[in-house]
Design a binder for this molecule. Structure first.
Ligand code: ATP
Ligand code: MG
Length: 512
């Protein structure tokens, strides 16, 4: 007898109000107790499909069955009542509440906010955290917690509601390698308890490691579902993109030139007044990619903010092309030839309510080439420029006049990269440039950074993705608590040695 799938979606079509057809008749089926990967390029429709399954969006057409029974979800509450819960790409916590109150939020209807019930909730949560070995501080405001912990809260929130099917939309994009391992351990435990997990990721090695089966979407349609044990990363990449993808980067040897960026004895304070960057010194030369590796939160953000003029250093100097730019405002730095791909694209990189064109020329609008007469932007030129970027970078967008928020996450990221390199900079600062970006676009962005380096530009790359740092960097600094544990060439060290430096052991001390 054929077992009934816990989830069955049939013929799902989704047309957004602006006419975008995000899903074109998708059939998707998930077995009880499996970890099911959902793969696809940026804009393929993964988030849309899962929002439909979790009751956030209504399908335009199609049917959903849970344990063989047809359901119609009016809201996420309906999906939850059927045991389905989703953790989103962008978190939805209330920042000023603590974890406990975020987790019970929305359950007040059950009389949960009375003192007794809050205490009961706390007990249940404690047991859950104990059983899973997955802990969060319950009484600290969420805004004071790192993203990795916020994500745990989102997951616990769903488990607290006793979901059977847990949907995770790119959960690892914001996690450090250690946090990823911890998350995987929890997901495996949940699977052993019979829970079903749907896991969206762009990282093929994660999908290979964790999942039982994988479904690949392309442009709103299902390409196929395969058993992970019968798949390879190459096969999955080909299914996603429709062609072979080079998973390794070609990087010819190159003698670097003059220093473009020099950092001298730099001290930068963090938000809490602590020394986030301590006496750091390094240089990035023309024709060189200098990578900064390290677990997030070791001063990388503060360092980049200081270099890009967003945070005032306490001591030390920042020199760009022999000019002291310490403490100068961002506009002046951009005029001096610096470009910046920021780590938080929705906060820093884009203005979500503005159009693709407006975002594409952000910071460039006063350049002569975009002026009709002094002080007026020539929108015709701006649009043509934007169309050129869209073509060159293969950005999927409904059009140059569409709001940028209607682009999928990865396409938003590509737009930022396109805009920044179109400024023709001498120094490109790339912070987490491929976070949340699909394999083909990742390949594109990485090759582009190498191309810029080959053309003699200086590239400063900060990434929590160690593979990315190792593949791209000519030299790399491993940052720990505001200092470099070593500056090395990738080929000089083993991954294990890098891991030890990331954990705070200095390079000189490694081989003693
Ligand atoms: N609110 C919206 N209005 C109009 N179009 C939208 C909206 N949300 C998403 N889209 C479009 O629907 C398509 C699918 O988007 P979706 O977010 O589901 O992709 P995704 O596979 O999750 O991509 P990513 O990997 O980048 O997160 C894209 O073309 C996107 O531009
Ligand atoms: Mg998505």
């Amino acid at each position: 007898m054929k077992e009934v799938p816990i989830i069955e979606m049939k013929g799902i079509v989704k047309v957004y109000p602006d006419g975008t057809k995000a899903l074109k008749g998708v059939d998707f089926s998930v077995k009880q107790g499996e970890i099911h990967g959902l793969l696809g390029e940026n804009g393929a429709g993964k988030t849309t499909l899962m929002k439909i399954l979790s009751g956030m969006l209504h399908p335009t057409e199609g049917k959903i069955y849970v344990r063989g029974k047809e359901v119609r979800f009016k809201s996420p509450a309906d999906a939850l009542a059927n045991g389905i819960g989703m953790v989103h790409q962008h978190f939805t916590l209330v920042e000023v509440f603590d974890a406990l109150h975020n987790i019970i939020l929305g359950m007040e209807g059950h009389g949960l906010l009375s003192k007794i019930n809050v205490d009961k909730a706390r007990e249940k949560l404690k047991k859950l955290m104990e059983d899973l070995n997955f802990r969060v501080p319950l009484d600290v405001p969420v805004e004071d917690l790192p993203v990795g912990v916020q994500q745990r809260i989102e997951i616990l929130k769903m488990l607290f509601r006793d979901v059977d099917v847990l949907i995770l939309d790119e959960p690892t994009a914001v996690l450090t390698p250690i946090e990823v391992e911890e998350l995987f351990a929890v997901l495996r435990k949940l699977k052993a308890e019979g829970k079903t997990i749907i896991f969206i990721s762009h990282k093929l090695n994660e999908v290979m490691e964790l999942t039982d089966r994988v479904t690949v979407l392309r442009k709103g349609e299902v390409v196929g579902t395969v058993k992970t044990s019968e798949a390879t990363p190459q096969l999955l990449a080909r299914m996603m993109v429709g062609r072979d993808v080079v998973l390794r980067i070609q990087k010819p040897p190159k003698e670097p030139g003059e220093p473009i960026l020099r950092i001298e004895n730099l001290w930068v304070k963090g938000d809490r007044g602590e020394d986030a960057v301590k006496d750091l010194a390094f240089e990035v030369r023309a024709g060189e990619i200098f990578g900064i590796a390290g677990v997030e939160g070791n001063g990388q953000t503060e360092l980049i903010e200081a270099i890009t003029g967003l945070r005032r250093p306490e001591k030390g100097r920042i020199i760009l092309n022999d000019r002291d730019i310490t403490g100068r405002p961002p506009k002046e730095l951009y005029d001096a030839g610096m470009a910046h791909i920021p780590e938080d694209r929705t906060r820093m990189g884009l203005i979500l309510d503005m159009t693709v064109t407006e975002n594409a020329i952000l910071g460039l609008q006063w350049r002569k080439e975009f002026q009709r007469w002094v002080g007026t932007v020539d929108w015709g030129k701006a649009k043509r420029h934007t169309e050129m970027l869209i073509n060159e970078f293969e950005i999927v967008a409904p059009g140059v006049d569409a709001p940028v928020k209607s682009l999928s996450g990865g396409n938003q990221q590509k737009l930022i990269v396109a805009r920044e390199v179109s400024k023709k900079p001498v120094l490109i600062i790339a912070s987490q440039p491929t976070r949340g970006v699909d394999v083909a676009s990742t390949e594109y962005i990485r090759n582009y950074l190498v191309k810029l380096r080959n053309e003699g530009k200086a590239v400063l790359l900060v990434s929590a993705d160690l593979d990315e740092i190792l593949q791209l960097s000519d030299r790399m600094g491993i940052m720990y608590e505001g200092e470099f544990m070593g500056i090395v060439k990738p080929e000089e060290v083993t991954t294990e040695e890098i891991g030890m430096m990331m954990g705070g052991i200095k390079y000189e001390e490694l081989n003693k």
